[in-house]
Design a protein around this ligand. Structure first.
Ligand code: FAD
Length: 503
């Protein structure tokens, strides 16, 4: 007896070949490698891609692993470097900095969460800083690197890492991967989208008259949002009142000196500036509010602070912060910038692409397009976007800066109710709501809160059941132990040269 579903999706069309298009194509080609569904990707070299998604978070490596790609080969091919977290400068106040490391901060003491024990120690006057116990931070601060899993039985094994990547090389790598697994690539500009009587998309029409038909369409056309926006008009939740930046100027530079194993984010007069060192060059950008700063000044600030010779003319990218409430509408699923965007402060966009395709595969429809699948998909994905929005707003709404009109306006900007609730719970007891689906774990929220000067009014009372001497002794021993372990590691530059040299 055959189980084949006569209604199964037979053809998927991906419109767009930026990071979103090729990540989607790679994941689908891996999934359908034994046939069953044809995948065609349409892109236009003339239009080009945005090409700036360079900083990632640890689950990006899960994506690579889930495709069966060797991590080291990927690093070499994409000239990637390692990222242990983000260093934030001048965010709370000018002259101050803090880290958001990946991975653990300390380890549980008995049954108690490390953070709660540390809070109790602080209440007792202990001199340590929270980040003294974060292996990611201690390594990042000394520009050292070691793969955490190679450091078994060591405090370093609690760290986690992600990559800094060259977006164009990633797209090329994944294109080769997808094409080798049967994805058909079609070059050309889509000029028209034809819909069926029920409003779903039937086909896209190219400038030269060619037509590409499909059952399911993935809109990876970037900010143009050809299908989900221009054709289906899916409503967009605009969050630009909560996050004031709406423009970026970016430039690539030659590398000078050793690469730092973290993304640098430095708050500026009207936004923030990043520096991301790869193996062969560095990426730089200034994300700013066009209401508070003109293009000439933004470019001048970026260029003035570059650390190496520029490899291109600075390029401006306007953006709108928010998300489509229906990322999946009829037979169209928007992945990447077509679906929504939140400024790249925590490097989450590439991850959202992975999540978007992962959820699509979990809720994969047939040609009936049961609306309950789309509804659940939209609920899960919008929850991700909202969580990221809240996490990014946290970096702004806790600032103590009031030295420019931008920072004064930031302090007046509305705060989402969900973030207010999260902060109230945290400030009362240091407790965070952590669910299985949450993207950022407790140490991430704790790092930003502590870095921005938000400390709970008291620790959780259960921690009083632990003898204080045990807590103090653990802190007193682990800080110098971790520092000594890190001191013996290779620098990030040495590690890259020894383990992942350019081919
Ligand atoms: P695009 O790269 O714009 O690709 C769109 C594709 O659609 C292109 O192939 C284009 O040719 C095609 N297309 C469009 N119209 C047509 C048409 N009519 N016919 C045919 N083809 C068409 N993300 C991170 O994870 N980390 C970061 O550090 C990071 N930094 C960022 C910094 C800035 C300033 C910005 C704006 C974004 C950043 N992002 C970052 C986000 C990241 O760049 C994007 O999420 C990612 O590149 C995906 O883009 P995309 O593929 O959706 O769009």
């Amino acid at each position: 007896m055959s189980h084949a579903n006569p209604n199964a999706i037979r053809k998927i069309v991906i419109v767009g070949g930026g990071s979103a298009g090729w990540i989607t194509a790679a994941m689908l080609s891996h999934y359908f490698q034994n046939g069953g569904c044809q995948v065609e990707l349409v892109e236009s070299e003339e239009i080009g891609t945005i090409g700036v998604g360079e900083s990632t978070i640890p689950p990006f490596l899960q994506l690579i692993a889930s495709l069966g790609i060797d991590e080291r080969a990927f690093i070499q091919a994409t000239q990637a470097s390692f990222k242990l977290g983000i260093r934030f400068e001048d965010w709370k106040l000018k002259g101050q900095h803090y880290y958001h490391p990946f991975g653990a901060i300390g380890g549980p003491i008995g049954p108690h969460e490390f953070y709660q024990c540390w809070l109790r120690a602080k209440a007792n006057g202990h001199p340590s800083e929270l980040q003294d116990f974060a292996p990611g931070t201690v390594m990042a601060d000394q520009w050292k690197f070691m793969l955490p899993f190679r450091a078994q039985r060591s405090l370093i094994s609690g760290a986690s890492y992600a990559l800094h990547v060259d977006a164009r090389l990633v797209a090329k790598f994944l294109r080769d991967f997808a094409e080798a697994r049967g994805v058909k690539r079609t070059e050309g500009i889509v000029t028209d989208v034809v819909t069926r009587p029920d409003g779903a998309v039937a086909k896209v029409v190219m400038k030269d008259g060619r037509e590409v038909e499909g059952d399911l369409f993935i809109d990876c056309s970037g900010f143009r949002a050809l299908l989900i926006g221009k054709t289906l008009n899916a409503p967009f939740d605009d969050w630009s009142d909560m996050l004031l930046c709406d423009r970026a100027v970016v430039v690539q530079t030659q590398n000078v000196g050793d690469p730092h194993p973290f993304t640098l984010s430095r708050a500026e007069d009207a936004g923030w500036r990043w520096r991301i060192p790869l193996q062969h060059r560095a990426g730089n950008g200034y994300v700013f509010s066009s209401r508070h700063l003109g293009d000439d000044e933004a470019r001048a600030t970026l260029v003035r602070n570059l650390q190496g010779p520029a490899l291109m003319e600075p390029m401006f990218i306007p953006f709108k912060t928010g998300v489509r409430r229906r990322l999946w509408d009829k037979n169209v699923v928007a992945v990447g910038l077509a679906g929504g965007f939140i400024e790249p402060l925590e490097s989450t966009a590439l991850h959202l692409i992975y999540r978007g395709v992962d959820f699509l595969l979990r809720f994969f429809p047939d040609r009936d397009f049961d609306p309950t699948l789309a509804a659940e998909y939209n609920r899960r994905m919008v929850a991700d976007y909202e969580e990221i929005r809240d996490f990014i707003v946290l970096h702004y709404c806790t600032t103590q800066r009031d030295d420019t009109p931008f920072w004064r306006d930031v302090r007046q900007a509305p705060i989402p109710e969900s973030l207010k609730e999260r902060m109230a719970l945290f400030q009362a007891h240091g407790v965070l709501r952590e669910g299985v689906d949450e993207m950022f774990r407790n140490p991430s929220w704790q790092s930003i809160m502590e870095g921005m000067g938000v400390r709970p009014r008291r620790y959780q009372q259960l921690v009083d059941t632990a003898p204080y001497a045990v807590i103090a002794q653990t802190l007193d021993q682990s800080k110098p132990m971790l520092a000594a372990e890190v001191a013996g590691l290779p620098s990030h530059g040495q590690f890259l040269a020894q383990n992942c040299p350019a081919p």
